[in-house]
Design a protein around this ligand. Sequence first.
Ligand code: CIZ
Ligand code: SF4
Length: 321
Amino acid sequence: DEQKAEYRARIKDLLQQRNAVLVAHYYTDPEIQALAEETGGCVADSLEMARFGRDHDADTLIVAGVRFMGETAKILTPNKTVLMPTLKAECSLDLGCPPDKFAAFCDEHPDRTVVVYANTSAAVKARADWVVTSSMALDLVEHLDSKGEKILWGPDRHLGNYIQKQTGADMVMWQGACVVHDEFKAKALKDLKKVHPDAAILVHPESPQNIVDMADAVGSTSQLIKASQELPNDTFIVATDRGIFYKMQQLQPNKTFLEAPTAGNGATCRSCAHCPWMAMNGLVAIADALEHGGATHEIHVDPELGKQAMLPLDRMLAFNA
Ligand code: CIZ
Ligand code: SF4
């Protein structure tokens, strides 16, 4: 703990020296979120991280999250230095959607508007008409559907199915999944709900359909945080990465938050509901990134690719339902 305090102090100094700001995702570990808050950075979902980084006047952004979030920051602000605690923080949705295969899929459906989730590489974004996050995907697809557009959706199949069901839009889908949300189990969730009959179930739509079907509220991370404040329940069962408990507990200290079970019995897989790549964003790695930058920490995006990917990203940021 003494060592951690030392790292925190060092990071604070380095942030000032470099005129840098720490931008952290809700799924990072609590101490990282706390540090971002203490130092004038932000804790947010990927949409708000992108907005915050774009609008902040720091020279350097240090993005605690996964690679696509750093890439998005670089695409939106090519003149800023974008550092990440580690460049090895991937995302199963991004990994499961290689740009060449995705482009071939798009070529098979030239009549469709291409809508991709933010959890993709710069090259996949560059091929898209729209980028979305889970907080505005439903509204955007509703909007496109109302104009009679047919949609090609990628890469998360659960989020795509959920949106298709809600909107009735004509969608073909890439079959990707998030390794964290894909693990939630309906039978174990039913059992947990029996033990806590008054609990409200909060579900991120990257989860399988049978989990979404049991939800009292379905939404993006920021929407679930809002639901935890607005619903009258004292107890919540939460089906998303448990990093989110930091913010929920901070805003509602008297409420109880339980992890939705990930394996057949909730006890066998205590760490499943935490993204292994988000967990790579530790204090040591952040200090190292700020101190050394360079090859092992700096995000680069090919400028031409970046220009193409900026178009659907700007559309996303400008879209207001
Ligand atoms: O699962 C993720 O990586 C999410 C929810 C990202 C985001 O949009 O904040
Ligand atoms: Fe990707 Fe899932 Fe991790 Fe989010 S939680 S970064 S979607 S693997």
